[in-house]
Design a protein around this ligand. Sequence first.
Ligand SMILES: NC(=O)c1ccc[n+]([C@@H]2O[C@H](COP(=O)([O-])OP(=O)(O)OC[C@H]3O[C@@H](n4cnc5c(N)ncnc54)[C@H](OP(=O)(O)O)[C@@H]3O)[C@@H](O)[C@H]2O)c1
Length: 338
Amino acid sequence: MTKRSRPAPRAKPSRPRSTPPVAPAGGTTPPSIGEIPIPGASKGHPAIGVGLWALGRWGPEDEARTKATIARAYEHGFRWYDTAEVYGGGRSERLLGEVLERAAGGAPDAYVVTKVSWEHLRPAQVRASLVNSLERLGRASVDLYLVHGPDPHADLAATLGALEALWKEGKVGAIGVSNFSVEELEAAAKGLTEARIAVNQVRYNLLDRDDADPVREYCRTHQILLEAYTPLARGLLHGRYLDRRTPPSEVRQFAHRFFEPERLPELLERARRLRALAREADVPLASIALHWLAKQGAAPVVGMSQPEQVDSNLAAWAVRPPDDVLDRADAIARGDRA
Ligand SMILES: NC(=O)c1ccc[n+]([C@@H]2O[C@H](COP(=O)([O-])OP(=O)(O)OC[C@H]3O[C@@H](n4cnc5c(N)ncnc54)[C@H](OP(=O)(O)O)[C@@H]3O)[C@@H](O)[C@H]2O)c1
């Protein structure tokens, strides 16, 4: 990143002061969170983050709760916030911007990640999408800008070329993609001359892993960080739903992949065995789920919808289970019976 200009000064956001103040920031990413260096980027990537897809999931009447969740996350040391222009039609970005604006200095230590929709991959659209996202976020730049997903009809090299132009202007600190296959990663990289693909955000958790997945191997070889979304299997790997016969319909709707009728009994059985392992090791089940991902070199981005979930997930992250426990969890989740 030698030739790029520095990001412009923060834009002066103008929005109503309806959000409660957020406690002062503690400086850089707290040691309890940890950082992963990104080659060529000036800012380290926090090892665990807060996913804000859910902020588009509820109606405006839930805004106070979702703002309180972000505020709690920031106060307690979470710095990485994952959002997207499609989440809630921009509402997720707007709420994040409103909360961060109230933090000390506008939260310069936040690590803000947003995404351009798969419907906006033509170069001019990419630029317009980022401009709109920055406006909603009330920031002059984001730390990481991702292509939310590939469009088979788009020229991915041209799309990434547009991202690189924004990177050179300092409007984005690093560039990445999401849900890309090896072929799409290779096609996209052809559009870059100085920047590199820093991140591929993919669905990845103990119960949803293909151990022969070539994408992970490709990313490891090319030093592309895997951001793992749905790391808790929508709460299942936090121990939710394990004592019920059937998960609630809302969860089935959003997590149909986990709760397909034919897969559900086996997944619940594996999750219950993981919970038994966690109890035996005297660690939270979520500690196993999150640190198993970290052991694979991935950075989990956890969806949180309530302030209490922030506390509980931070507490889970603070406990690093021993390697032998993570190895046993790996075998259980794979379906080994031994
Ligand atoms: N790039 C992509 O295409 C893509 C796709 C999906 C997700 N993502 C990103 O990844 C983030 C996380 O993924 P996700 O939300 O699908 O899955 P997740 O992190 O596995 O699950 C999040 C859900 O688990 C429950 N949960 C979280 N912490 C909990 C706790 N401490 N105790 C009990 N339940 C807890 C909450 O459910 P309730 O809200 O029901 O309480 C929460 O909404 C998203 O927010 C988004 O930023 C990206």
